[in-house]
Design a protein around this ligand. Structure first.
Ligand SMILES: [Zn+2]
Length: 189
């Protein structure tokens, strides 16, 4: 499996509390990041200004995440672009600090501990996985109901026209899904 673009190797950062490094990352994303209505599309770049600090427990990442999401206005369906600019802070614990991660037993006790650990992020060797933090930051910055403008009039203004168009379209759409699939097929003759 290819290495995730979100995994960042921190080998430049000495594991001594107080050490700090800054990086600028341009992550060309392979999968959409966001929600159904509004997302940063595959192939787009998410810029991350990343600051890593060594602390006693691990590596503290502070980042600014910048990108442009695209989608549709939820009222009028016009395409919209949505600038994203969000910060996050995430602490990645050293693997050693967790004790026996490599030798999990199947007893109930151990599983309880694992559940608590779900909220914590751990380093794998020198690697930190920035994906959950970046995804959260992007989603946090998106509107639940994105609009092209705050006072978008929606479709109501041209309601007569739109409904006429819709019903004509519906009449032409065969009920059978197999024929529906052919609807978009280019017919040259
Ligand atoms: Zn709109």
């Amino acid at each position: 499996m290819a290495r995730s673009i979100y995994i960042f190797n921190t080998h430049d950062l000495p594991h001594r509390a107080g050490e700090m490094r800054e990086y600028q990352l341009d992550l060309k994303i392979p999968e959409p990041v966001g929600v159904d209505l509004l997302s940063v599309k595959p192939g787009e770049v998410i810029e991350v200004d990343l600051r890593l600090q060594s602390v006693d427990e691990g590596v503290l990442a502070t980042a600014r995440v910048m990108a442009t999401a695209t989608g549709e206005c939820t009222r009028c369906l016009k395409p919209i672009t949505w600038p994203i600019d969000e910060n996050f802070t995430e602490l990645y614990y050293y693997e050693l600090a967790t004790g026996k991660r490599g030798s999990k037993s199947k007893s109930g006790k151990e599983e309880e501990i694992d559940l608590e650990e779900d909220d914590l992020r751990f380093m794998v060797g020198d690697d930190i996985d920035l994906e959950p933090a970046i995804r959260d930051a992007v989603i946090l910055n998106l509107a639940v109901n994105p609009l092209c403008t705050e006072d978008c009039p929606g479709l109501e203004e041209k309601q007569g026209q739109s409904w006429a168009y819709l019903s004509a379209e519906q009449e032409q759409t065969p009920a059978d899904q197999r024929w529906a699939a052919l609807k978009d097929f280019p017919l040259k003759n």
